[in-house]
Design a protein around this ligand. Sequence first.
Ligand SMILES: Cc1cc2nc3c(=O)[nH]c(=O)nc-3n(C[C@H](O)[C@H](O)[C@H](O)COP(=O)(O)OP(=O)(O)OC[C@H]3O[C@@H](n4cnc5c(N)ncnc54)[C@H](O)[C@@H]3O)c2cc1C
Length: 432
Amino acid sequence: MESLWEQTWEQPSFPALDGDRNTDVLIVGGGMAGILCAYQLHGAGVPYVLVEAETICNGITKNTTAKITSQHGLIYDKLVSKFGIQRAKQYLAANEAALETYRQLCRNMDCDFEEKAAYTYSLDDAGKVDRELNALDKLGFSAECTDQTPLPFHVAGAIRFPHQAQFHPLKFVSGITKNLHIYEHTRVQELIGTTAVTDHGRIRAKKIIVTTHFPFLNKHGSYFLKLYQHRSYVIALEGAPNVDGMYVDQAQTGMSFRNYKNLLLAGGGDHRTGKKGGGWRELRDFARRHYPQAKEVYHWATQDCMSLDGVPYIGPYSASTKDLYVATGFNKWGMTTSMVSAMILSDLVQGKKTPYEEVFSPSRSILHPQLAVNGFEAVTSLLTPTTKRCPHLGCALKWNPAEHTWDCPCHGSRFTQDGKLIDNPATDDLNN
Ligand SMILES: Cc1cc2nc3c(=O)[nH]c(=O)nc-3n(C[C@H](O)[C@H](O)[C@H](O)COP(=O)(O)OP(=O)(O)OC[C@H]3O[C@@H](n4cnc5c(N)ncnc54)[C@H](O)[C@@H]3O)c2cc1C
């Protein structure tokens, strides 16, 4: 079940750590967020080391759909009403700056970068799209509304951002990692202050950036309350039309579309990890109905960390941890927000002021209805009697019949049928 990107990529390789080291900044986790932090620090001339438990991009990044856009569903109307105009502007400016940075980096790189318009549509509520347009108008951003798309169903309305982009994420990673100081097969097991204990030696750093997708330290920052994981499925179809753009339903369980060369990537079937959802069955039913001539050539699935309020957590790990930073909760928009993380965190570790910091602060209020949902899931799961329990915090695991895995509905850890760890925050295999 390898993604399209994995099957069309020449994976670079890096050595494992060999003994103890000192550095200024240690980055833990080599997905898109960690790699971009390393790239940014490399460019700034800051001594750093990145350690990756397995191989780079082997987590969520290899399974993304790689749309690079500041349009994150219908987020701006929500941001304006919850955070106010200034913070909403900050979010937009950060993500637009990220898009522009990708554009510059990809200019002379073989990574299939293409400029495309991004659309978020609603199947039944044109009012939501109008409200988003109003919010964007207040932020001074020029978007358009339409109810005409090349998708094979009617939409009540869609918002269009021009000049966004899509690419091959792993070819891009090959392009930027060539000279970076990366150690693969080196898992951080424990942090003692700013010394990391790995399975190949200790790294003494002045500052540490945690980009492990789900932050791996439970003691600080309450990420086990602030995050949950949401799973999505993707199929790649040959013989389906070119939709000339990137499309996403505003509903959390809706579909998404983009092309890559002659393929149409359709995403959907989403559900909270550990719960039931449409999965590939829903996508295949859709393809049979609308593109009966098309042939499925790849399929894969993955999940992302979702924050309480739809905004990532980027900045100091917690109010009580010195010299420790985090980037997580990308809400399935981790291409631009990984770049935003790199911009913010490289400034912070150098003691510089950064223009985008406040809206992403991990220490902002956690009072949000999603907190009650996360709490309810955790309590229900902890009280469910079953022998298969997650080694992270003891929640009852659920069998996932589509993927033959044991999945945790509390925080999204996943295990193979015979108990091998697939997705964090758990750090150990199951005790069978
Ligand atoms: C179906 C789907 C489609 C998506 N499509 C898009 C899209 O079109 N556009 C977009 O912007 N975003 C998209 N996203 C989101 C985006 O792919 C993710 O947000 C992003 O890839 C996450 O990157 P990351 O670096 O945070 O995590 P990861 O890629 O998971 O990297 C974390 C790394 O940390 C390593 N690690 C963990 N623990 C340790 C440890 N203790 N020591 C050392 N290393 C460790 C892991 O091995 C892993 O390699 C999508 C998400 C999904 C689910």
